[in-house]
Design a protein around this ligand. Sequence first.
Ligand code: FMN
Length: 416
Amino acid sequence: MAAPITQTPPLPADHPKSLDDDDHRLCSGINQCSLLEQHHPHPPSSSSDSSSSLLGSPSRGLNGEWRIERAWAHWKKLGQPKLIVAPMVDNSELPFRLLCRKYGAEAAYTPMLHSRIFSETEKYRSQEFTTCKEDRPLFVQFCANDPDILCQAAQVVEPYCDYVDINLGCPQRIAKRGNYGAFLMENLPLIKSLVQKLALNLNVPVSCKIRIFPKLQDTITYAQMLEDAGCSLLAVHGRTRDEKDGRKVRANWDAIKAVKGAVRIPVLANGNIRHMDDVHSCLEETGADGVLSAESLLENPALFAGFRTAEWVGSDESSEDGKLDQADLVVEYLKLCERYPVPWRMIRSHVHKMLGEWFRIHPHVREDLNAQSILTFEFLYDMVNRLRELGTTIPLYMKDTHSGGFLANGVATCTA
Ligand SMILES: Cc1cc2nc3c(=O)[nH]c(=O)nc-3n(C[C@H](O)[C@H](O)[C@H](O)COP(=O)(O)O)c2cc1C
């Protein structure tokens, strides 16, 4: 096996910062499926299937009606996924996506990739974007403020994904400094040019992930502009740019409903999806075509298979021990990381999120983890065993194990 990469080039100032103090080393040798260009010099595009005349060609020259039909044909070809892993920097990487897919996720976004760094730096490309054949349908998300650079980056990934997505929602200071994400909401002509450039030059459709404006009419006008510019799918995070803390501010599903009613392309709802009851209510209340979940999946990657943490069980007597817990999920995740290497900082972050409750009961185990400046799989597997030997049991629950939701969501069908 190749030696771990121990050095990476310094990151530009506007690069999203990593979540932990761990470095950018991959958790083991270079992952074969990360070096896409070397292994598939001319891979087929997923949507270049000539079986449908609606699919597989850039939107160039298509009138509005045809573009809408093409957007729906593509969405239907993908099986109209409803349960979707949201984009998360350093957190929606390949092994995590595969874990969520095993437990019911029907599609997933990559973390946001920086289009300029992606275009310029081979090491960034191979470390930050990895995929494999089970990792579909896939949205690859970029942040950008230059249409040509965005297009260059998008053309590298389009053979490996089903949508190229533009991040128009990042509210962080780093996005303000880099002039991307939600800060482009002040420059709608620039956003329009980003979408148009991709729609005219890619074989895969363009999607956008947006936040809402404080005024509903502004949000609607914005969404319609994106559709007219060639956006084929819109994910709406029902919070404004200033509503940064998702735990404190409830997402505005009414605004998502209004967007769904005002555009003709598929719309995904994002915000406040913590368990499957939320999924059903959100789809019903907004009329959206699917939902994205982020923070809750980090804690409970089996959410879309119907599992829920104790926090969301309440006094509901129909909930039962689901015979699965977060320690099981960590072990499954680690095995996927052994197979599909990612930087250790991502693994560290997931272990903390999934085992947060366990560490609250045994803080000394967390302290031991934090004291490791260099992680190994051996240490992490031992740590999980230690937690178990300490007698901790924090099950995930199923609301109604006889509903069939678990198996129907595909746990048994994943090959990853
Ligand atoms: C750790 C983390 C990283 C995130 N990174 C991204 C990102 O790369 N791109 C993006 O569009 N949104 C990103 N988000 C926002 C989520 O995709 C999502 O819009 C937000 O968390 C609201 O969904 P939730 O209520 O299910 O958490 C991130 C969120 C979290 C928690």
